[in-house]
Design a protein around this ligand. Sequence first.
Ligand SMILES: [Zn+2]
Length: 263
Amino acid sequence: MSRRALATVGAIVSATALVLGAGVLAAAPADAPWSYGGGTGPSHWGSLSPAYALCADGTAQSPINIQRAKPKPLQNLRFGYVAGEAEVFNNGHTVEAEPAPGSEPSTMKLNKVAYTFSQFHFHSPSGHTINGKHYPVEVHFVHKTADGRIAVVSVFVKLGAPANKDWQKFIDVIGKATANPEQTVIDKIDWHKLLPTHQQTVRYGGSLTTPRCAEGVKWSVMMTPITMSAAQLAVFSKAYSGNARPTQPLNGRSLVFDNTPSR
Ligand SMILES: [Zn+2]
C-alpha cells in the first residue's frame, strides 16, 4: 500500500483496536517489516506486530479462490476516471502509480457509493485465483471514501498478443521507479484505458492483502482479464516475483457475480 493508503488502514485498525480495548491500541508498535517469504512471510504476518493481528485472526481475509459465484443482475461499476499526470514509485513490496497531487479526482461508483481512485499496484503472480488457477499478474485499483472506506477493483492480466499499448507508459517506468514518487512521473496516463472493456465483476467482502490486513474492504474482481505480451509481463516479474499473499479461507462468505452486460 502507499503511504497515503497506509494512513487510511491505520485509521481502520485504530477504530478496531478501540472496540477491542484501548490496551491493544497502546501496545501497537510502528509498522514492523514484512515480506513474502521466510520469517517475515505471510504465515508470520500476524505475529510480527499486534497491529497485524488480523492477518492471522481475521475471518474475512483476502485474496481468495473464486468459484461458485452466484449470478445476480447487479449495477455495473461506474468509472469516472480522469486522464492525467501520474507518479510512480517502488514501495519495497510492489510498484505503484497514483494520480499526481492536485489532479482532478478520478471516481468509481459501487452500489451508489462514490469512491475516489487512490492508486494502482500489482502482484505477480495473482493473489486471487479462479477455480484454483493463478494469472501471471493481478493489478489492484484502490479507491477510498473521505471517511476511510476502501473498495478495490482487481484486474487480471493474461498472456496475449500484441503488446498492450495502453499499459506501455507504466511498463516503461517500472524498472526505474524509486521510493520517491516525485522522481518518476508519467506526463499523461489514461487510467480508464487500463481496465478491461468488459467489466463484469465478482464481488465479496474481504481485506487488504498486505499487513495490516484490515477488513471491511469491498472487492470487485473483474472476470475478463486484460492481455499483455510476454515481454511486457516479464517486466512485471523482473521487478517483483512472488509478491502475492496465498489465498485465504472463505469462512462462509458469499461471492456474487454481476451478470449485467457491461457494454
Ligand atoms: Zn494489492
